[in-house]
Design a binder for this molecule. Structure first.
Ligand code: NAD
Length: 491
């Protein structure tokens, strides 16, 4: 048990520098998806909880904004050292509540730490511009100032990394923060906030609550919340963006995805197949960057599918905490049934299953009680089929065949989503043409999961992103600060 879980098994709120065990709130069990075991109970914050937390964060902001930036990053340096020291422990908690494999969880924690490393550079990142003598004796400079209480609402699939796309940057910029992580996976973010507390951040600068719609709505409508960062599904992202913007807040809302992997006949097939396996079936397909539609161009399909199907049948599915497992369970029983429903729909709509995840030996009725499905590949998928259009968010790959690169580009550009895509080719010309014409924010060239690192922005387009400034990188500095222009003349 981690310290943030009380003796009765309730995950705490972190408010004004103290851990609280809320009483009398609605609760929900936190499950281990590999076993169906209950790990803890998560309490749901009420509107009154949110009001109290936000007011405390606002009081803390009035002092924190005046702390020099070089001093503001000192607790973050200590936080980074603590995260390094506890990385394996955090990764183990992550696997237990989310299901992803131990290796994948460790990689996520590494990416998490990189966010803190970049935010520690805030003294440089926050610098403005200046120019003397813009007119006779008049100098001009820009400065960046923090905006106030910022809120973060995050999804279940990256419980360690996604919250840190937000708060290290917001805090280093001089803001205070209220995080409301996914109620399905509250233990990982709670353990990380515990490390931030140990790093000596002043009370009220970082706060953590749990819950669902009531807590989110209270944050969206609270007048002291100045900025909202959201990551999750498209319908909720749209709701967060429109509601927050109508309240006059700045909002960045990252939504869902349907990512296409385009394979040209000149691709290195064995290496391409390994990249596709990682992209489509890594984290059981529960990544917003997961490859979901495989577009085979020209005569690529033959050699590609022979290798891909053979390799897919070898993917080791099981409890992600065990050695040698390549794919863990889906996050909840309901989600597992939903993904199995999409496989049924694919068959009913006439696609050809080359591998059917429902037949996997660790299938949905696994004796461990876990929520397992094997990887699924459908061939002969057409654009109007549900499996070609909807975000499934599971280990299901739909194969479509296109005659030319032009046809592939037109197909991908018709998608309402624009999160990520990849092209596999040995032709620089094809890669350049694809990267330039494709209406998608993150493009991989022979890279199956084009995940930008902390110093670049996470840049979805279309229905995968609502807002202007993206997550992390320099965009985060612009998002979490207000710019001011100062013009001076001395008599
Ligand atoms: P979700 O939209 O169900 O939940 C995300 C957050 O919103 C959670 O904190 C949840 O409590 C809250 N929420 C849920 N329903 C709400 C409502 N009606 N009103 C207010 N708040 C609500 O998403 P999820 O299932 O946790 O995560 C998976 C989704 O997130 C996928 O669609 C995936 O593509 C997306 N995602 C996107 C990115 C990206 O960078 N674009 C990254 C990770 C995940």
């Amino acid at each position: 048990m981690i310290a943030t879980v009380s003796a009765v098994g309730t995950v705490g709120f972190y408010v004004n520098g103290k851990w609280e065990t809320p009483q009398g709130r609605k609760t929900q069990p936190v499950m281990n998806p590999a076993t169906g075991e209950v790990l803890a109970e998560v309490p749901f914050a009420t509107e009154a909880d949110v009001d109290r937390v936000v007011r405390g964060a606002h009081e803390a902001f009035l002092k924190w904004r005046d702390v020099p930036v070089v001093d503001r990053v000192q607790p973050l340096y200590r936080f980074k050292a603590l995260l390094d020291r506890h990385a394996l422990e955090v990764a183990a908690i992550l696997t237990r509540e989310n299901g992803k494999t131990a290796d994948d969880a460790r990689m996520e924690v590494r990416r998490t730490i990189q966010m803190v490393e970049v935010a520690c550079g805030m003294p440089t990142l926050m610098m403005g511009d200046s120019l003397n003598d813009i007119a006779a004796g008049i100098d001009c400079k820009t400065i960046r100032q923090p905006i106030g209480v910022c809120a973060g609402i995050t999804p279940f699939n990256f419980p360690s990394m996604v919250p840190l796309w937000m708060y290290p940057f917001a805090i280093a910029c001089g803001n205070t923060f209220v995080l409301k992580p996914s109620e399905k996976v509250p233990l990982t973010p709670a353990r990380i906030v515990e490390l931030l507390h140990d790093a000596g951040l002043p009370p009220g600068v970082m706060n953590l609550i749990h819950g669902g719609k009531e807590a989110v709505d209270a944050l969206l409508h609270h007048p002291l919340v100045k900025a909202v960062s959201f990551v999750g599904s498209t319908p909720i992202a749209k709701y967060i963006y429109t509601t927050g913007a109508a309240e006059g807040k700045r909002v960045q809302a990252l939504g869902g995805a349907k990512n296409h992997l385009v394979v040209m006949p000149d691709a290195d097939m064995p290496k391409t197949v390994e990249a596709i396996i990682g992209s489509a079936f890594g984290a059981a397909g529960e990544r917003c960057l997961a490859g979901s539609v495989l577009v085979a161009v020209g005569d690529a399909a033959g050699p590609l599918l022979d290798l891909l199907v053979k390799r897919t049948k070898e993917v080791a599915v099981g409890d992600g905490s065990k050695d040698g497992v390549e794919m863990g369970p889906l996050v909840t029983s309901d989600h597992c049934k939903r993904v199995a429903g999409y496989i049924e729909k694919g068959v009913a709509e006439g696609a050809t299953p080359l591998c059917d995840g429902r037949e996997h030996k660790a299938g949905a009725s696994h004796p461990s009680g876990g929520y397992f499905l094997g990887p699924t590949i459908f061939d002969n998928v057409t654009p109007e089929m549900t499996i070609a259009k909807d975000e499934i968010f599971g280990p299901v790959l739909s194969v479509m065949r296109m005659k030319t690169l032009d046809d592939a580009i037109n197909l991908v550009n018709q998608s309402p989503f624009g999160n990520a895509t990849a092209i596999f080719t040995s032709s620089g010309k094809s890669a350049r043409e694809y990267s330039s014409r494709i209406e998608v924010g993150m493009v991989g060239v022979n890279v199956g999961v084009a995940a930008p690192m902390a110093f670049f922005p996470f840049a979805g387009w279309k229905n995968s992103f609502f807002g202007d400034l993206h997550a992390h990188g320099k965009d985060a500095v612009s998002f979490y600060t207000e710019q001011k222009v100062i013009m001076s003349r001395w008599f």
